[in-house]
Design a protein around this ligand. Structure first.
Ligand SMILES: [Zn+2]
Length: 290
């Protein structure tokens, strides 16, 4: 479904799916300028993703059409990845917009865009939480969860950044939890940190809404405020819902799965079958030669 040019999606979402627009995007240079200064001074400060306002937007439903989108987002590591991801799934939609002195000739001297550095930060955060989940699943927590006499904390060097967080303290922070755990226990504190982090993101970008169903009865419904919120909602559901997440044994990328029989990406399973076929083929050829 295409939207008329320039029309934004409605703020009030009636019953139905959460939908998100996708247009065309380019990476531009960000010139920050202070509108209070006269004349405004624009300084170049990094890259920014800018939408092409002349393109028609198309709508899709991230939650239903791409239930594993958060795992794709976690693999966004460069400006090129940002551009590729946006071309398929649109902007993240966080409220803060940066005004860019456009390098493309258009009707307006400044256009809004989303900072590439902010995208990379959000993607790294998603990847870090997936890493924590994997560590919990594999019981591999001793390098990241640290106990002291009166506190337990989490620290990790991840994608070039050091991250530290106090999880609980005997008197100052989540004391009940602190005393509930056996001293030295790793899983409990890690799971609590994971839930707390996901909740923080959910609070920022997703909200329960009151709406109507087809027979005009009131209906409660969870509405992501933007694409980033939808992806954190997917992550939340990976712990409670039907859909689970784990690493693919063939390519080591993240994959979501429903059936317990699915053990790797479809494309990776096809690659493995192909490889086995050729291995068999080569083995036969060898025996024939002998
Ligand atoms: Zn794979």
């Amino acid at each position: 479904m295409a939207l008329p040019k320039g029309k934004k999606t409605d703020d009030f979402a009636p019953v139905g799916r959460f939908q998100w627009p996708v247009g065309r995007y380019r990476i531009d240079s960000l010139f920050e300028f202070d509108p209070l200064k006269q004349p405004p001074i624009a300084e170049k400060s990094g890259s920014v993703l800018v939408g092409d306002e002349t393109t028609e937007l198309r709508l899709y439903s991230p939650l239903e059409d791409c239930p594993g989108l958060f795992t794709d987002f976690a693999e966004v590591h460069s400006a090129e990845d940002v551009k590729r991801f946006a071309a398929r799934y649109g902007l993240l939609g966080k409220g803060v917009r940066n005004y860019v002195k456009s390098t493309v000739r258009g009707p307006k001297p400044y256009v809004s865009g989303e900072r590439v550095s902010e995208w990379l930060g959000e993607a790294a955060e998603m990847a870090r939480i997936l890493d924590l989940k994997q560590r919990i699943d594999e019981g591999n927590l001793k390098d990241v969860i640290h106990w002291k006499a009166d506190s337990v904390s989490y620290s990790i060097d991840f994608l070039g950044h050091h991250h530290f967080e106090l999880i609980a303290h005997a008197t100052l922070r989540y004391a009940t939890f602190f005393h509930l755990w056996k001293h030295g226990e790793l899983k409990g504190p890690a799971e609590m940190l994971l839930a707390k982090t996901i909740n923080t993101h959910l609070r920022e970008s997703i909200a329960p809404q009151l709406t109507f169903d087809d027979s005009r009865q009131f209906k409660e419904y969870t509405w992501p405020l933007n694409l980033l919120g939808a992806m954190w909602f997917q992550m939340c559901r990976a712990f409670t819902g039907e859909q689970r997440v784990r690493r693919c044994p063939e390519c080591d990328g993240w994959m979501t799965y429903k059936r317990s029989t699915k053990t790797m990406h479809e494309k990776c399973a096809a690659r493995v079958r192909q490889r086995r076929y050729w291995e068999l083929h080569d083995a036969k050829k060898k025996t024939r030669k002998q």
